[in-house]
Write a protein that binds this ligand. Structure first.
Ligand SMILES: *[C@@H]1O[C@H](CO)[C@@H](O)[C@H](O)[C@H]1NC(C)=O
Ligand SMILES: *[C@@H]1O[C@H](CO)[C@@H](O)[C@H](O)[C@H]1NC(C)=O
Length: 195
């Protein structure tokens, strides 16, 4: 999963954890992506990546990402993130099962909540990887990840999630009332029990 997605996805996951389980079972999990799409935005931050297929027979193999990252301004904190999440239930997407807003966040959410995604982006953009006390900023620029690079989708602060299939759409805006988002990401993803 790409970085902006991570920024936006993590609060949703936290929200799910705090709410009642929406499926019959929740617990230790592996999360993987079926599909990733960039969606309509101003294109200030664009992550165009392909993610590799997840192989259910080798659930501990990491998915890889390859593609392009375009940051038209430095990506730090201070944005307005919002997301909607649909849940797959009875062969239908239940739209907007969750809606949330997450003010004044950005880079540091990824670094804290989805550390290996942060590493992926930091390595791609030349930002510091190991120093957790450095200001969290991905410098503007256009970056290419030409070869598939693994991303470990471990979310260390979220030990348990409800199992199921989710369609996540996240946007990042300058302020709450911005008419058009700076960035938009969509994921079709799944949470399965850890074998
Ligand atoms: C990345 O950018 C290059 C050059 O613009 C393009 O050829 C390639 O298809 C892009 N890759 C992805 C995954 O979008
Ligand atoms: C992914 O990260 C977790 C937590 O650091 C680690 O336990 C696990 O071994 C890693 N998986 C792989 C395949 O490296």
């Amino acid at each position: 999963m790409p970085p902006l997605a991570a920024i936006l996805l993590v609060p949703v996951l936290l929200f799910v954890v705090k709410s009642k389980p929406i499926n019959t079972f929740a617990g230790p999990y592996i999360i993987f992506g079926h599909r990733y799409n960039p969606c309509q935005s101003q294109g200030v931050f664009v992550v165009q990546v392909r993610i590799s297929h997840f192989n259910p027979k080798r659930p501990y193999d990491l998915q890889t990402a390859t593609g392009n990252i375009t940051l038209k301004e430095d990506f730090a904190d201070g944005y307005w993130a919002s997301g909607t999440m649909a849940v797959r239930s009875n062969n239908q997407w239940k739209e907007n099962a969750f809606v949330f807003n997450f003010p004044r966040k950005g880079c540091s959410v990824i670094r804290e909540q989805f550390p290996d995604m942060y590493r992926f982006f930091a390595e791609a953009t030349g930002a510091p990887v190991a120093d957790k006390t450095a200001p969290c900023v991905l410098p503007k620029g256009t970056f290419v990840v030409p070869e598939p690079r693994p991303v470990n989708a471990t979310l260390p602060n979220i030990p348990i999630l409800p199992y199921g299939r989710y369609w996540y759409r996240g946007t990042l805006s300058r302020t709450r009332n911005s008419p058009s988002p700076l960035a938009c990401v969509e994921f079709d993803c799944e949470v399965i029990p850890k074998p």
